[in-house]
Design a protein. Structure first.
Length: 73
């Protein structure tokens, strides 16, 4: 298990060093990928355009949030 944790730490250090100039872009992607946007923005817009695709977006957001909660618990 220590090998996995060490490799994860080394990977994070590598990302921080090699992607240092991309801070504003990464913050933008973090805001765009925020789960609450799935419910407040993406679902209503996509549902208005296509009902079936909108329901798929909603269920994908629900299941991913539930899995995130369960796996962190």
């Amino acid at each position: 298990m220590e090998v996995v944790l060490d490799s994860g730490v080394n990977f994070i250090i590598y990302l921080q060093n090699s992607w240092a100039g991309w801070q504003s872009e990464m913050l933008f992607f973090s805001k765009v990928g925020d789960p609450r946007n799935s419910f407040l923005i993406y679902f209503p817009v996509v549902y208005h355009l296509n009902r079936n695709l909108g329901m798929s977006v909603l269920w994908t957001a629900i299941i991913s949030e539930w899995l995130n909660l369960v796996l962190k618990w």
